[in-house]
Design a protein around this ligand. Structure first.
Ligand SMILES: NC(=O)c1ccc[n+]([C@@H]2O[C@H](COP(=O)([O-])OP(=O)(O)OC[C@H]3O[C@@H](n4cnc5c(N)ncnc54)[C@H](OP(=O)(O)O)[C@@H]3O)[C@@H](O)[C@H]2O)c1
Length: 167
């Protein structure tokens, strides 16, 4: 069985995005995210999938979380995505033989929380203009194993990254 890890970056107030895109550009946080999710299968909502840059889609195996699987037949056929799921429980079908990165957005974080083994959360120290927010997560069910403070020189942004594992 592979590991199911939730990856999220939130601002000081729990904001995670503006409309269909991120509300910030923090290259160091993005670099860390790309390294941490390398060689894993990315699970995202259809909404988040549509906002992903082509450079990311072409380099990853992607599963889309949607209530409308028929809309993605063409993308599966073209090899843009691996597959779709409509029932979050199906996450186990894919985690059987690979590591899964649960990469948002809001609805997926909410629905997948009971299935994740680990959480990697970056918290930006500042507040941004966001329309989407992190749902309530019961961190009591998780053990904090490591936390680091980072300073991104390129964007002049400070953030912490904390790693949790389910008890
Ligand atoms: N900061 C971060 O780490 C991070 C990471 C990812 C995304 N984001 C941000 O989050 C925002 C998008 O959030 P979101 O994608 O969750 O949008 P949302 O508007 O909160 O959720 C709607 C999405 O969830 C899917 N969905 C809802 N209920 C479902 C169910 N029962 N079964 C299957 N699919 C279901 C919908 O798919 P259908 O309509 O196709 O059914 C739709 O794609 C963007 O601003 C994005 O930039 C931030």
């Amino acid at each position: 069985m592979g590991t199911i890890t939730m990856h999220v970056c939130a601002d000081r107030l729990g904001g995670i995005g503006k409309d269909d895109h991120m509300a910030w550009e923090v290259p160091l946080e993005m670099k860390n995210f790309l390294e941490a999710t390398e060689n894993t299968t990315i699970l995202v909502t259809s909404f988040t999938y549509r906002g992903l840059p082509e450079s990311f889609v072409s380099k990853h195996r992607i599963i889309v979380y949607t209530r409308n699987p028929d809309e993605y037949v063409d993308d599966i056929y073209k090899g843009r995505i691996d597959n779709v799921i409509s029932d979050i429980h199906d996450i186990y079908r894919y985690a059987a033989d690979r590591d899964i990165s649960v990469c948002g957005g809001t609805q997926l974080y909410k629905d997948a929380i009971d299935y994740v083994d680990r959480i990697v959360i970056s918290r930006l120290y500042e507040e941004y203009d966001c329309t989407h927010f992190l749902p309530d997560i019961d961190f009591e069910a998780f053990n904090e194993v490591e936390s680091k403070v980072h300073s991104c020189e390129k964007s002049n942004v400070k953030f912490s990254t904390t790693f949790y594992e389910r008890f």
